[in-house]
Design a protein around this ligand. Structure first.
Ligand SMILES: [Zn+2]
Length: 446
């Protein structure tokens, strides 16, 4: 009976456990399966030389080093190589075949894993990042399928057995092994105004009458002075105008007046300070507002400059929920697992993680994000009528000097979303830089 329980319930967990050295025995009997893109292009495979020595081979070198990851000779694994380790080393031959294989010394073939990743979109995203440090992640909002995920700096996964020590001793700011798309924590900057705007419309039923006269900066008694970008005075702003122009004066004033309890609850619903429902490695986003937070902290948090930290993956999930009528889908990267004869072993179905807002709220935020492109800070996509994007830009100051991270998060087309994208570029950029990267990804996909 225990054998049954083990095989059905515990085997995957035990085999995947990095402390389980018996996995090495499994690798002696099974040739590790392939990992493929959504169209069946091989992204990782096992090659065997004339002497029978096996080597893991990654035909695209750096391109999928963070998403597919690597499987090193010393047992270290990351990405899909790690999460699907159990399946890659499993085979479906019956017990007689297994005994037969053992007697003849012939190895069985492990299962093959098909991912949701699109090769040419991944190439576009990687090239658009260029030499910048940062990340691009794209998914289908209606399903949660991750279409592309790249992080820079990158490494050639083929060299993991020889160069690993060098990679970990690099300057820490390079962190080549870090998957910035899922593990990089950044201040959200103005992309957080999506959350602030939603909280405001929930607390104020007459939000359509909102009006604020921006003079370039705002001071609130008991708080702090918050300036708009370059101290530009935006003049009279509706809520949509303030969102589209990313008016810090308006949004910090809104932040100071929010109900803390309900704001904290909203952030919890959106999975800040929570685990994300994903089957791969990621970092938790943090939001530190409490009932005791000062007016200054509320002002700063409302414009994404407080102590809030989030990953590009999480920001993408929020934008995707808006694109998907308020339903946040569970992101996934493994589409299916098949045995070497093509029989399905495991198939992923899209799963809704949560309904985080009403359809009306999603529609209103879509209108706000559309206005960013047509009349606001998202001007580099303004005349790309074949994209018709909706989105939010952000430039997040991360030290006392004028150093910024550049964000873009959004989806396209705004009235029938096919793809959502989040881009982060580290250091010294305006809010513009990330838009250009996102634009290339949208154009390539649509
Ligand atoms: Zn302003």
């Amino acid at each position: 009976m225990y054998l049954c329980i083990f095989n059905i319930k515990d085997a995957q967990k035990v085999v995947n456990n990095p402390y389980n050295k018996r996995i090495d025995n499994q690798a002696d009997k099974v040739v590790r399966g392939d990992i493929m893109s959504s169209d069946g292009t091989v992204l990782a495979t096992t090659v065997t030389d004339d002497d029978g020595n096996e080597q893991r081979y990654y035909p695209f070198s750096n391109l999928f080093c963070h998403s597919i990851g690597y499987s090193a000779k010393n047992g270290m694994k990351t990405g899909v190589e790690q999460s699907e380790n159990y399946y890659l080393l499993s085979e479906t031959d019956n017990i007689l075949d297994q005994i037969g294989s053992d007697l003849t010394g012939q190895k069985a073939k492990g299962h093959n894993v098909t991912t949701t990743l699109d090769v040419s979109l991944t190439q576009t995203a990687y090239q658009a990042l260029g030499n910048n440090k940062g990340a691009v992640i794209a998914m289908e909002p209606s399903t949660g399928k991750i279409l592309a995920m790249v992080s820079n700096p990158s490494f050639d996964a083929n060299d993991v057995d020889t160069d690993y020590d060098e990679w970990i001793t690099y300057d820490s700011s390079d962190s080549v092994l870090l998957n910035r798309a899922t593990q990089g924590l950044y201040p959200p900057g103005s992309t957080f105004k999506i959350i602030t705007a939603l909280e405001y419309i929930r607390e104020n039923k007459n939000y359509d009458n909102y009006e604020y006269n921006c003079t370039g900066s705002a001071y609130i008694s008991g708080g702090t002075t918050i300036a708009c970008f370059d101290h530009n005075a935006h003049g009279v702003q509706t809520l949509k105008n303030a969102f589209a122009n990313s008016c810090n004066s308006a949004f910090s004033t809104i932040g100071a007046g929010l109900n803390k309890t309900s704001f904290i609850n909203l952030c919890n619903t959106f999975l800040f300070n929570s685990n994300l429902p994903v089957g791969f490695e990621y970092s938790k986003s943090t939001m530190s507002v409490t009932e005791q937070s000062s007016i200054s902290e509320m002002q700063e948090t409302a414009i994404g400059q407080g102590k809030t930290m989030m990953t590009p993956l999480h920001n993408l999930m929020i934008a995707s929920a808006i694109a998907n009528d308020g339903v946040m889908m569970t992101p996934y990267i493994v589409d299916k697992v098949e045995d070497y004869q093509g029989r399905i072993v495991k198939q992923t179905s899209p799963v809704a993680a949560a309904t985080v807002m009403t359809e009306d709220e999603a529609e209103y935020l879509t209108e706000c994000m559309r206005e960013v492109i047509t009349d606001g800070t998202g001007n580099s996509m303004r005349y790309a009528s074949d994209i018709n994007a909706a989105g939010k830009t952000g430039s997040a100051q991360y030290d006392d000097t004028d150093n910024y991270h550049s964000w873009f998060v959004g989806f396209a087309p705004y009235d029938n979303p096919q793809i959502a994208v989040c881009v982060i570029l580290e250091g010294g950029y305006s809010g513009q830089a990330a838009q250009y990267v996102a634009k290339k990804v949208f154009e390539a996909y649509l």
